[in-house]
Structure formats: C-alpha cells, structure tokens
Design a protein. Structure first.
Length: 304
C-alpha cells in the first residue's frame, strides 16, 4: 500500500510518498489547493501528518473535508519508526518520507474532526490550563522574593491570574451545561465540568471505539516488557497528557465516592500493587466505564 507523509511547519508543508516523490507547498490555503491537485495524481491508502502543536490543524481539516484518508500521528512514534528504519538524519523531507512509511506500514486511527462547539471548548480548556501553569510559576516566583514591595507587586499578578482561571472555569462549566449529550458522564461521581470539557474537546473518539483502544489512546493502558522467561514491570507511556492530568484529579474524587471504584483501589493495594499503579488502574477503569456510557447513550435506548 502506498503511503503519503506530510511534515508540517509554520510556513510550509513537505510531502513525500513511499516511492520518494516529493512536493513542497506553503502552509496556507493556496498551498492546500496545490497539494490537492498533487494528491489526485498520487492515490494513497493513508496520509499521515505529524502533530506539531496546532500548525497542522488547517491542512488536516482541509484534507478531511476534501475526502482524503488523513491521520494525525504522534511525533515520538514517527521519530522512533524512522530510527528503526535506519534513518538517523533529520530534515523536513526525510521526516515526510518516514511519515509516508508509517502510512504504508501501520493502520492508524482515522482523524476525528471536532464540531465547532468542541473547537471553542478546547480553546477555553487550553487557555485555562496555560493560565493555571502561569499562576503556579507566579506563586513560585513570589516565594523566592524577600522584598515586601516586590512581593506586593507580584501578588497583583497572582490575583489577576486567579481571576482569569476562575472566569475561564466558569465559562467552561457554562459550555458543558449547553451540551446535553455530555450529561451522561455526570452519572459517575467525581466527574465534573473540567473532565467533561477535556474529554469532549480532546477525545472525540470517546464512545466510538473499544475500552482497550480508548485506554491506549489516552495512555493509561499497561504496556508489557517481557522477554523469554523474564516478566518485566508494566508501565504506561505516550497518549494524550492533557487528558491524563485532569483524569488523575477526577480519579482522586471518584475512588472515594463512586461505588464501582471505591472498593477497587483498596483491593489492588491489598494485592500488593504500588499506590501509583493502583491509581492508574482506577483512571483506566474510570475511562473505560465512561466510554461505555457515552457509547450506550449515542446508540439510544435498547428496544423492548
């Protein structure tokens, strides 16, 4: 199967096929039109783009809307595949070729575009997370200052950031309330507007794929490290960190109040599991249950 890879930067797109044919266009609507004409002459089973902090979003939406089988791949996975293929050098054109090889060799999850309300919600969620990070940095900065006058000036910045976080949080809660399809998540204790918003805007696959697949996508599925007779320690890695951060905080509340999880954590600890391992297991179970509830809600009531 022929594959096509697109390496995305702020200003340009480097395109490659597994046969080594290449194209370079601007990362702009004029470049997208040129790319469309080129792709019509180079059919492929998959087109893979690398996640680059948002610069890939316009071309990703364009390709999906035009009808191409496009996928957004994890940057670390793409780089490791390139190294596995013996490609140690790194240029935009070589990265595009490595993505093309990934498109040809690996069947990836299809891109799930966000609805307009999800896109807006994601921007609010991202802004709140950034504001909370800035607030943490500002508080650490104030702790290192001895001057009373400087501390007073820094406190003004902290107060401003606190108000911003509160306003963003309030608006996110309002957005969640405006989407009745998200209410099914509230049936689990510990799930509040913050987790609902993150799952809605960062995990559009929720309810559409299996529990194992959703856990792997988020990065809470245990990965084996076995070789021969040796059974290595399971661990998690990769996935969507934005979701795990909020899911962790929600699991702290859920394992105390949600009946299906309240006894789960102590049972794991009694079997000798480390605290962090048990918490990740709670996060995974919580996510799988939410995935099933959203799936059932989307499919509608079961006929009598």
């Amino acid at each position: 199967m022929n594959g096509i890879g697109i390496d995305v930067s702020k200003r340009q797109l480097d395109v490659s096929t597994t046969d080594g044919e290449t194209l370079q266009v601007n990362n702009a609507p004029s470049g997208f039109a040129e790319l469309d004409l080129w792709l019509q002459q180079h059919p492929a089973g998959q087109i893979v783009l690398e996640a680059t902090g948002g610069y890939e979003q316009p071309v990703l939406d364009f390709l999906h809307k035009t009808g191409y089988p496009v996928v957004r791949a994890n940057a670390l996975r793409a780089r490791k595949l390139a190294q596995g293929l013996g490609q140690m050098a790194k240029t935009d054109r070589l990265d595009a070729y490595a993505l093309a090889k990934m498109a040809a060799l690996v069947k990836l999850h299809s891109y799930q575009p966000l609805e307009p309300w999800q896109q807006e919600m994601r921007e609010f969620v991202r802004a709140r997370r950034q504001a909370m990070h800035a607030l943490t940095v500002a508080r650490q900065q104030q702790e290192m200052v001895a001057s009373r006058e400087v501390r007073r000036l820094l406190q003004a910045n902290i107060s401003c950031l606190q108000r911003l976080v509160e306003r963003l949080g309030k608006r996110i809660a309002e957005q969640v309330a405006e989407q009745p399809q998200l209410a099914v998540m509230k049936s689990m204790k510990g799930v509040g507007p913050a987790l609902q918003a993150v799952l809605a805007s960062y995990l559009p696959e929720l309810g559409k794929i299996s529990g194992k697949a959703i856990a792997s996508l988020v990065g809470v599925a245990p990965m084996s490290h076995d070789s021969g007779t040796v059974r290595g320690k399971r661990s998690i890695h990769g996935g969507r960190a934005e979701i795990r951060q909020v899911l962790y905080m929600a699991s702290m509340s859920a394992l105390q109040h949600e009946p299906r999880l309240r006894d789960f954590y102590p049972s794991l600890r009694a079997r000798g599991k480390e605290a962090k391992v048990a918490i990740v297991a709670v996060m995974r179970k919580m996510l799988v249950i939410l995935n099933a509830r959203v799936r059932d809600a989307q499919s509608g009531p079961t006929p009598a």
